[in-house]
Design a protein around this ligand. Structure first.
Ligand code: KG4
Ligand code: ZN
Length: 337
C-alpha cells in the first residue's frame, strides 16, 4: 500500500510518500519534502495563523508533485491519502485536510486523518535504528510535553505531562526574552554553547514532585526576572543565561524520563518532537541511559520537527495493525485541540 501523507498543523508544510512492505515490517519512506515558513513568521516573533494557512495553500500541491517525481510514482499510484487532523492551528489544519480530501475524491482513494503527536511518537521507526515495543516515550514539542508508556501502535498510556507550558515553549519564550529570533529553541541552544550553565540559579519546577508531570511556566518567569535585573548587561551575559536556562529544562526532562523508566521497568526510551533535536538533551539522556543499560532511540534529525513522513508513517502503521481504516468519505473535519 502506498500512502501520501500531508502535515500542515503549524508552520511547516510537509508531504511524504510511504510504502508498506509485504512482510509487515516497518513501512518504507519513498520520498519526503518540506517547506518551512519560519523565515516568513520571524518578522512577527511567532507564528501568524492566517499567514500560515495561506502559505500551506501555496505549498501543498507543488510539494506533492515533488515527492511523486522523487519516488518515480504517479498520482494513480497513491492508495491512501493521510493528513494531520490535529492538534494544531485550525486554519492550517483545514488546508491539509481539505487538500487531502479533495485529492482523495479526485483520485477515488480513501483518506485517513492522523493525530500529529502519534506521528512524532512513531517517527523514530523511520530511523536507521528503529525501536521495538514496548518503550517509554518522551514527547517534547512546541505544544506538548508528555511521557508515555507505549505497548504498541495505538496502545499508549499517558504517564505524565506538562501542567502549563511545553518544553519547546519554555525554550522559545526564554529565547524571545533574550532577543533571539523565532523559534528560539535552536538559537538558544547554539548561544548556550559559549555560556556557563552554572552562572544563574534557575528553578527546576516539579523536579521532586514524585509524579511524572512537568511545569515550565515558573522557569520562564525566572528568566524574565533575570533579564530585567541584568538590564543593559543582558547582552554580555546572554550566553550564560541561555546555558543556565537550557540546563534547567534539560535536567527536568532527563530526570523525569529516568523516573518513568524506573516506574515502568522498561529498558527502552524513544525521544520525539522538535526539542528532541537538542544536543544537550541527547548527550545527557545518552549518558544517563547508558549507565542504566537503557537504549535510547531518536528520529533522524530531519524528522524531529514537523514533517509529512511521520504522518504517512503513522497512517501506514495504524492501517497495518488494523486500528484504522481509511474511508472514502470526504466531508472532513479537524481537531485543533
Ligand atoms: O515538533 P515541533 O517541530 O512542532 C510542534 O509540534 O510543536 O517542535 C518545535 C519546537 C519549537 O519550540 C522549537 O524551538 C523546538 O521544537 N526545537 C528545539 C530545538 N530544535 C527545535 N528546542 C531546543 N533545541 C533545539 N535544538
Ligand atoms: Zn509537532
Amino acid at each position: 500500500m502506498r500512502i501520501l501523507g500531508i502535515e500542515s498543523s503549524c508552520d511547516e508544510t510537509g508531504v511524504a510518500l510511504v510504502e508498506t512492505l509485504a512482510d509487515g515490517g516497518v513501512p518504507r519512506l519513498a520520498a519526503h519534502a518540506l517547506h518551512s515558513q519560519i523565515s516568513m513568521h520571524q518578522a512577527y516573533g511567532g507564528v501568524v495563523p492566517e499567514l500560515a494557512s495561506r502559505d500551506h495553500i501555496r505549498r501543498v500541491l507543488p510539494l506533492t508533485e515533488a515527492v511523486l517525481a522523487e519516488a518515480g510514482w504517479t498520482r494513480a499510484d497513491i492508495d491512501v491519502v493521510a493528513f494531520t487532523r490535529g492538534p494544531g492551528l485550525a486554519g492550517a489544519l483545514l488546508v491539509g485536510a481539505g487538500v487531502a480530501c479533495a485529492l482523495g475524491a479526485a483520485l477515488g482513494r480513501p483518506v485517513l486523518g492522523v493525530h500529529h503527536l502519534e506521528g512524532h511518537l512513531l517517527s523514530p521507526f523511520l530511523s536507521a535504528d528503529p525501536p521495538q515495543f514496548p518503550f517509554v516515550a518522551l514527547l517534547v514539542s512546541g505544544g506538548h510535553t508528555q511521557l508515555m508508556r507505549v505497548e504498541g501502535v495505538g496502545r499508549y498510556e499517558l504517564l505524565g505531562e506538562t501542567i502549563d507550558d511545553a518544553a519547546g515553549e519554555a525554550f522559545d519564550k526564554s529565547a524571545k526574552l533574550m532577543g533571539l529570533p523565532y523559534p528560539g529553541g535552536p538559537w538558544l541552544s547554539k548561544l548556550a554553547e559559549g555560556g556557563d550553565a552554572q552562572a544563574f540559579k534557575l528553578p527546576r519546577p516539579l523536579l521532586h514532585s514524585g509524579d511524572l508531570d512537568f511545569s515550565f511556566a515558573g522557569l520562564k518567569t525566572a528568566v524574565l526576572t533575570q533579564t530585567k535585573k541584568l538590564g543593559a548587561d543582558l547582552e554580555a551575559r546572554k550566553a550564560d543565561l541561555a546555558a543556565s536556562t537550557q540546563a534547567a529544562i534539560v535536567e527536568v526532562l532527563v530526570r523525569k524520563s529516568l523516573a518513568a523508566l524506573e516506574r515502568t521497568g522498561l529498558k527502552r526510551l524513544v525521544v520525539a518532537g522538535g526539542v528532541g533535536a537538542n544536543k544537550l538533551l541527547r548527550e545527557q539522556l545518552n549518558a544517563a541511559c547508558a549507565r542504566r543499560k537503557v537504549r535510547v532511540h531518536y528520529p533522524e534529525l530531519a524528522l524531529c520537527t514537523d514533517n509529512g513522513a511521520m504522518i504517512a508513517l503513522a497512517a501506514a502503521m495504524r492501517i497495518q495493525s488494523g486500528l484504522s481504516r481509511p474511508e472514502a468519505r470526504y466531508a472532513f473535519d479537524v481537531k485543533p485541540r
